[in-house]
Design a binder for this molecule. Structure first.
Ligand SMILES: NC(=O)c1ccc[n+]([C@@H]2O[C@H](COP(=O)([O-])OP(=O)(O)OC[C@H]3O[C@@H](n4cnc5c(N)ncnc54)[C@H](OP(=O)(O)O)[C@@H]3O)[C@@H](O)[C@H]2O)c1
Length: 534
């Protein structure tokens, strides 16, 4: 289960709270100050003063576009935006206007303010917190217009969450139960104090809960919600947002919907992928997620120093010092461990591109696959995203069989392009564990076959004069995990992502193995499958 998405301490942070003059908003101001916030922008419709010098008042009716723009101009930096302003007018659905009044504040107010402050929150890699309600999850029949508006605001929250992840902005939903404020004066039921709920909201934010359940009533459904089918489906849909593409497109302080429009302008290709994704989702979604806990198995990370050493072992010595190194965060995907300058990128694949070859079903995420691989700039743009997207989707809980279909669909629709020039992927590590012949089946081997791969898009083995290893060479390889001699180059992964593979000779292989004796011993201690055969 993925839960801790983010850790955000309030101390020293700049926070803006809408509807800050009373109820939960007011309590949030006090709680943020107690936790050491550097500045609290109290956004209110009414005049508002506070004795603490860290509080500044902003005039803000969330339905007023001009006031929103004025407020943005007055705020220099922002770490956390809390969309708290809300109305519950206790109206029925007999008049369309009733619904519109709720939507104007609870949905469009939240939308307008979030949108306007996004550049500031993105700059600080901060968070947006939308104060919703349990009514967003199940309609409260005596206040239907309010329930509809909170459900819509929750859907907005989920979309922004998926979309703004590429900007480094976390978007949280607060699913509060009944709170003792003006809003619920008319309700004679047990309620929680605004102060305790404000504490619960900031506790949840500090813990990194994506969906925050800030009081005992909401907390009682929290665990069920987080492990339930609806949450799994949200993650699944979110994973269809191609992060590599979004990251490339969503940069700077641009208006986010402009970025969305640019993404859309990529048009047919994107639509094809999304359509395929939705069909796949319908085919595989809820039942698959519920039944396939095994297939969404979280990977155990390697000790960080070992993972970095292993990743660097893919490269020749002269490229190691200045390469960019990534490590796998099983809750998120690959993250930069060390930024380099020489244009080479290296990491250890744990569910690599081999998993997506052939027609066999990827029945489970294996925890023993491991292959250090590196790319130059051309490959980093075109071959590497397959690994990164796969790791991100695995982290989000996409079942393994489905992930294979998604990646294969992306290959088919040319979402993943061929490298734009000739180039190189070094795989010089003394160890790799992966599929032996993934075009045919899922049998695995651990081997010591340092090699170099050159991009060879859209040429066949015959055209390049590739010589596949003989049956005798293969038999030796299967038994010993290395070649008896140095095979001639041959082509793998025919098509836009083809590589010409050239193995290192026995003397160089043995030298590399000697150099990495310690690393190999550590790996072998962690998992038997990572012991090199003799
Ligand atoms: N109370 C509950 O049981 C409960 C439960 C779950 C979630 N919530 C949510 O928690 C949030 C705060 O509710 P509360 O219980 O603290 O309610 P409250 O005491 O009625 O306070 C509502 C706040 O929102 C502000 N507001 C309303 N319309 C606004 C607008 N157009 N522009 C800017 N501010 C506006 C109000 O400002 P004025 O003073 O100017 O009117 C007030 O500060 C709401 O989003 C609500 O839906 C409440």
């Amino acid at each position: 289960m993925i839960r801790k998405e983010n850790v955000m301490n309030i101390e020293n942070k700049t926070i803006l709270i809408t509807g800050a003059n009373r109820g939960i908003g007011r309590a949030l101001v006090e709680e943020a100050l107690k936790r050491g916030a550097k500045r609290v922008h109290a956004a209110t419709r009414q005049p508002f003063t506070h004795s603490d010098g860290r509080v500044t008042q902003l005039t803000l009716d969330v339905t007023n576009a001009a006031q929103i723009q004025d407020a943005v101009k007055k705020v220099e930096a922002l770490d956390i935006l809390i969309n708290n302003a809300g109305v519950d007018l206790h109206e029925d659905l007999s008049e369309r206007a009733n619904l519109e009044r709720h939507l104007a504040v609870n949905l469009f107010g939240t939308y307008g303010v979030s949108q306007a402050f996004l550049p500031l929150v993105a700059r600080s890699q901060g968070a947006v917190v939308n104060v919703l309600s349990l009514a967003a999850l199940a309609s409260v029949p005596f206040t239907p217009a309010y329930s509809i508006s909170k459900a819509a605001a929750f859907s907005l929250t989920q979309s922004l969450r998926a979309f703004w992840a590429a900007r480094g902005v976390k978007v949280h939903a607060v699913m509060a139960g009944p709170v003792d404020t003006d809003m619920t004066r008319y309700l004679d039921i047990p309620k929680f104090s605004a102060e305790s709920v404000a504490r619960g909201i900031l506790d949840g934010l500090e813990k990194g809960d994506e969906d925050i359940f800030p009081d005992p009533m909401s907390e009682s459904i929290a665990e069920g919600w987080r492990s339930g089918a609806t949450k799994a489906l949200e993650r699944q849909f979110a994973a269809y947002m191609p992060q590599s593409e979004a990251k490339a497109t969503l940069s700077g302080d641009t208006n986010d919907w402009d970025s969305m429009r640019r993404l859309k302008a990529k048009g047919a290709r994107m639509r094809k992928i999304l359509t395929a994704s939705v069909i796949l989702a319908l085919l595989f979604s809820i039942t698959a997620s519920a039944q396939n806990a095994e297939k969404t198995r979280r990977l155990e990370p390697l000790p960080r120093d070992l993972e970095i050493q292993l990743a660097l072992s893919a490269l020749p010595p002269h490229l190691r010092d200045n390469a960019t190194v990534y490590v796998l965060n099983p809750d998120k995907g690959f993250e930069v461990a060390r930024k380099g300058t020489n244009g080479f990128h290296t990491f250890v694949a744990r569910t690599g591109d081999d998993s997506f070859r052939g027609t066999w079903l990827l029945k489970e995420y294996r925890d023993d696959i491991l292959y250090p691989i590196s790319f130059d700039e051309a490959g980093a743009k075109t071959q590497m995203p397959v690994f990164f997207d796969a790791a991100a989707m695995q982290a989000k809980g996409i079942p393994s069989e489905e992930l294979k279909k998604i990646i294969q669909e992306r290959y088919k629709t040319s979402y993943y392009k061929a490298p734009e020039r000739a180039g190189v992927s070094y795989m010089l590590s003394p160890i790799l564990r992966t599929y032996v012949n993934p075009d045919a089946n899922d049998s695995l081997a651990t081997s010591n076959i340092p090699h170099v791969m050159y991009y060879a898009p859209n040429v066949s083995n015959d055209e390049m004069g590739g010589a596949m290893p003989t049956p005798e060479q293969f038999a030796y390889y299967m038994q010993h995990g290395r070649w008896p001699d140095t095979p001639y180059p041959f082509l793998i992964l025919h098509g836009p992502h083809g590589y010409m593979v050239q193995f290192r000779g026995a003397a160089e292989r043995d030298a590399i193995t000697k150099q990495y004796e310690g690393m190999l011993a550590r790996l072998c201690k962690i998992k038997e499958a990572w012991c090199l055969p003799h």
